[in-house]
Ligand binder design. Structure first.
Ligand SMILES: Cc1ncc(COP(=O)(O)O)c(C=O)c1O
Length: 388
């Protein structure tokens, strides 16, 4: 039988993560090289014990295994309480909250609900890869706002040509971001609201790293900007903030009408998340302050060590006050994909080439803070001995 993928499949290339990993495993097997993996942003610490206990207890109940279809009221109310407590934002849990199967699922499906082929979606270069995946699924066209080091990597809305803004349907932004951990401000988000109103553009702010901040000051939520709920939504996840990546639970909050449209699409796509996971997520949100403090401290310490070490090596590190990554320009005249493979071959450190996130990532690599400080120090020692 001849298997012919759809034309659309030509838009989806294999992700580089598994290629890098395969190459590293080969080095390990052939040369006995120790590998330090700083590529995937998957939290290395386990979820808090109360969450693991709760999940296992509920998983034993025979009644836990039916379709849930959508979010439980318990989950939606916990999201609303969490936003009120930590962000001072009021949400109607029944109309302004929707659950997604990890934020990845929300990100790739949301453009389908709002964009037609030919519509423009504004996103950034570099940006998290799922945005493009969703835009392609909807048949829409990406317009990339370059992230400029001079502006602290904050997307410059004024640089978007008016004819592009007029055709745009959706704007996706992400702060603190992946791969670039820029810091959001109320002034900036207010500018985003005004821009969205002027051009009738739906805004989606990805706040996946909202609990990882290093300054004592929580990154502001998009919904705190006056008028934000009129123009958009925020997507947030329990994957990073609560080390629950494998349970696949996240949510979108904001404009009730937009959420209703997305709920209609989702009712055709999936049957909801395992009830014990929903309940564990609600418990996590209700105990966010206790649970996230240790994780925040750990990531903050790792960020400090890795940033200082790279700067000492002569790398140019993007300043950041939060997130889970270090975005750094290496001091060699070599493209980022070749550099990433050389780093594995010569010293066994896996980093993601900046161009994986867009052309503006050339000359950069992304390092995930997913190893303990001792291993980060070891990785820095190894990186010192790279010869290009
Ligand atoms: C910015 C950003 N958004 C969303 C996600 C997806 O996370 P999840 O689907 O686990 O919620 C990631 C994962 O790395 C991310 O970096």
């Amino acid at each position: 039988m001849e298997i012919i993928p759809s034309k659309k499949m030509s838009l989806y290339k294999p992700a580089i993560f598994s290629e890098l990993k395969r190459f590293a495993t080969k080095q390990q097997q052939e040369n006995g090289m120790e590998i330090i993996d700083l590529s995937l942003g998957s939290p290395d610490m386990p979820p808090h014990e109360i969450l693991r206990e709760h999940l296992s207890k509920l998983s034993l109940l025979p009644s836990s295994y039916g379709y849930t279809l959508s979010a439980s009221n318990q989950f939606k109310e916990a999201v609303a309480r969490y936003y009120k407590r930590v962000n001072e934002v009021d949400l109607d849990p029944y109309t302004e909250v929707i659950q997604t199967i990890g934020s990845q699922e929300g990100l790739v499906h949301l453009p389908v609900a709002f964009c037609d082929p030919g519509d423009i979606v504004l996103t950034t270069n570099p940006s998290y890869v799922a945005y493009d995946a969703g835009i392609k699924l909807a048949g829409a066209t990406s317009y990339y706002i370059p992230l400029d080091a001079q502006r602290g990597f904050v997307p410059n809305l004024n640089a978007i040509p008016e004819e592009i803004a007029k055709k745009a349907k959706l704007l996706i932004i992400n702060m603190p971001g992946n791969p670039v951990p820029a810091t959001p401000s109320l002034e900036y988000f207010s500018e985003v609201v005004n821009f969205a109103k002027k051009f009738n553009i739906i805004v989606l702010h990805d706040a996946a790293y909202s609990e990882f901040y290093f300054t004592g000051e929580r990154p502001i939520t998009f919904l705190a900007a006056p008028g934000a709920k009129e123009v958009g939504m925020e997507i947030n996840s329990l994957s990073k903030s609560f080390s629950l990546a494998g349970t696949r639970v996240a949510y979108i909050v904001g404009n009730a009408e937009m959420i209703k449209v997305f709920a209609q699409l989702k009712s055709n796509l999936d049957f909801g998340i395992f009830d014990p996971i929903q309940s564990t997520a609600a418990l996590a949100l209700d105990h966010a302050e206790e649970i996230t403090e240790d994780l925040r401290f750990t990531f903050s310490e790792r960020h400090r060590v890795l940033t200082k070490g790279l700067v000492d090596l002569g790398w140019d590190v993007a300043p950041s006050t939060g997130g889970m990554f270090v975005w750094a320009k290496y001091p060699y005249e070599i493209d980022s994909v070749t550099f990433a493979y050389k780093a594995i071959e010569q010293v066994g450190v896996i980093m993601v080439p900046g161009t994986e996130f867009g052309t503006e990532g050339e000359g950069y690599v992304r390092l995930a803070l997913v190893q303990p400080v001792e291993l980060l120090e070891k990785a820095l020692k190894k990186l010192r001995s790279i010869s290009i």
